[in-house]
Write a protein that binds this ligand. Structure first.
Ligand code: FDA
Length: 377
C-alpha cells in the first residue's frame, strides 16, 4: 500500500481545501469519497439539455471575506451574479426575502419608504422582550400578519416542525428587510464560477500528491487505512462514533428529493428560483438553471425540491435536543488528537460555501503554525 500522510474523508469544499493545502506543502494525500464524484454538495454537470445543473440545489457564492475570495480565484474565473428570488403566495408573485414590495403586494398597500414600513410593522407586531422559543423569536421580528401569511407554513414545510419547537437563534435572524432591497444576499461579493463548481474542484485536486478514491465509503475500508499523520473527517459526526453504539439518538437531518423535468419551451419561469411557501403544493421551490449565466438551449430544465426526512443528510435541524446530542459527540471528537472534524456534517452546522472554505483554511493554518512552532522549539 502507498504511503499516506494525510487521510481525508469527503471531497466537498472542506476536504478539497485541506487536500490542496497539504499537497502543496509536500504531503501525500488520499481523499476517500463515497459518491461517484468530487465537489460534495456543490457538484454540477451538463445535463441532457446542455444546461449546467447543480445536482444538490442551486449554489450561489457570496462572501465578504477577502482571504476566501483570493483563495477561490486561484482555481476559477468568476462572473458576477446578484441573486434574486421570488415567491408565489396567494396567487401573487413577490420578492423574497420580504421587503417593502412584498408587503405592498401581499396586503394591497402603498408603503413608500422605510419609515412607513417600520410604522406598518409596529402596528402588526407586539414586541416580546425575551423570546422563550422559536415562534416568539420570529413573531418578535416580523409580527403576526407576516408570520401567519409566510413564515409559519414555510418553516413547517422546511423543517417538519412548528417554529415553537425550534431553536431561537435561527429564527431571530430570519432574513427580512424594511427597505426595497430585493437582493437575496447582502454580501459585497456575489458570484458564480465561469466553468461551474466541479471544474473548480478538479483544479483544486489536480496535484501529483493527491489521490482521490471515489465510490468508497470510509467505513467499509477504514481498517485498510490506519497509518497516517492526520485524518480529516467531513462526514456526519454521529456516524463516525457509530451512534455511540446506538446508545445516543441519531442527529436529525432534513433531506431533499430533487425532481428534475425537461420542459419543451425556451423558459418555464421568469426567475432562476421561485419559492412556494404555502401548503397548496408539496415542493418548496423550483429552480430553472438556464437563468444562471444566461445559458442558451432549445429546451429548459427545472428542478422541484421536496423536503423529506429520509435520505442524504442536508440540513441539520436546529432544536435544543439536537444541540445537546451534538455536544456529546463533540466531547468525544475533542478527545481524538489525530482526527479532525471539519465541515457542515462533522460540525452539525449549516455552513455557507464561503464559511466552509474559511473554516478549512483556518484549520490548516492553525495546525501547521502549531507544527512550525513545535519544530522551532
Ligand atoms: P459536503 O457535504 O459538500 O461534503 C462532504 C462530503 O463527504 C460529501 O461529498 C459526502 O459524500 C462525503 N462523505 C460523507 N460521509 C462519507 C463517508 N462515510 N465516506 C466517504 N465520503 C463521505 N452555500 C452557499 O454559500 N450558497 C448556496 O446557494 C448554497 N446552496 C445550498 C443548497 C443546498 C440544498 C444545500 C444542502 C446547501 C447549500 N449550500 C450553499 C451550502 C454548501 O453546500 C456547503 O457550504 C458545502 O457543501 C459544505 O462543504 P462540506 O465539505 O462541509 O460538505
Amino acid at each position: 500500500m502507498k504511503h499516506i500522510d494525510i487521510l481525508i474523508i469527503g471531497a466537498g469544499i472542506s476536504g478539497a481545501v485541506l487536500a490542496e493545502r497539504y499537497a502543496n506543502i509536500g504531503k501525500k494525500v488520499l481523499v476517500i469519497e463515497k459518491r461517484n464524484h468530487i465537489g460534495g454538495n456543490c457538484y454540477d454537470y451538463i445535463d441532457e439539455n446542455g444546461i449546467l445543473v447543480s445536482k444538490y440545489g442551486a449554489h450561489l457564492f457570496h462572501t465578504n471575506d477577502e482571504s476566501v475570495w483570493h483563495y477561490v480565484n486561484r482555481f476559477s474565473d468568476w462572473y458576477t451574479w446578484e441573486h434574486k428570488e421570488i415567491a408565489r403566495i396567494d396567487g401573487k408573485t413577490v420578492p423574497i426575502p420580504v421587503n417593502i414590495t412584498t408587503v405592498n403586494k401581499l396586503f394591497n398597500l402603498n408603503l413608500e419608504d422605510e419609515a412607513e414600513m417600520k410604522n406598518w410593522l409596529s402596528q402588526n407586531r407586539t414586541p416580546i422582550v425575551n423570546p422563550s422559543n422559536g415562534e416568539e423569536a420570529i413573531l418578535n421580528r416580523v409580527g403576526t400578519v407576516l408570520y401567519e401569511k409566510i413564515f409559519k407554513n414555510y418553516i413547517k414545510k422546511q423543517w417538519n416542525k412548528y417554529p415553537a419547537e425550534m431553536d431561537i437563534t435561527l429564527l431571530e435572524k430570519i432574513l427580512f428587510r424594511t427597505n426595497f432591497d430585493d437582493h437575496y444576499f447582502s454580501e459585497q461579493c456575489q458570484t458564480l464560477p465561469d466553468g461551474g463548481y466541479t471544474q473548480l474542484f478538479e483544479n483544486m485536486l489536480d496535484h501529483p500528491n493527491i489521490e482521490v478514491l471515489l465510490n468508497t465509503d470510509f467505513f467499509d475500508v477504514k481498517n485498510q487505512y490506519k497509518n497516517y499523520e492526520k485524518m480529516f473527517y467531513t462526514g456526519p459526526i454521529d456516524r463516525y462514533f457509530e451512534f455511540k453504539n446506538n446508545l445516543v439518538e441519531k442527529l436529525e437531518y432534513r433531506s431533499i428529493n430533487f425532481v428534475s423535468e425537461t420542459i419543451d419551451a425556451s423558459y418555464f419561469q421568469e426567475n432562476s428560483v421561485v419559492n412556494y411557501p404555502g401548503t397548496d403544493v408539496d415542493f418548496t421551490r423550483i429552480t430553472e438553471y438556464k437563468h444562471f449565466g444566461n445559458q442558451k438551449s432549445k429546451k429548459t430544465t427545472i428542478v422541484k425540491e421536496f423536503i423529506v426526512d429520509e435520505g442524504e443528510p442536508y440540513y441539520p435541524v436546529p432544536t435544543q435536543k439536537n444541540k445537546e446530542i451534538y455536544a456529546r459527540y463533540k466531547e468525544d471528537a475533542e478527545q481524538l488528537t489525530d482526527v479532525h472534524f471539519v465541515g457542515r456534517l462533522a460540525n452539525y452546522k449549516y455552513l455557507s460555501m464561503d464559511q466552509a472554505f474559511k473554516n478549512a483554511l483556518d484549520l490548516f493554518d492553525e495546525l501547521e503554525n502549531k507544527t512550525l512552532l513545535k519544530t522551532a522549539v
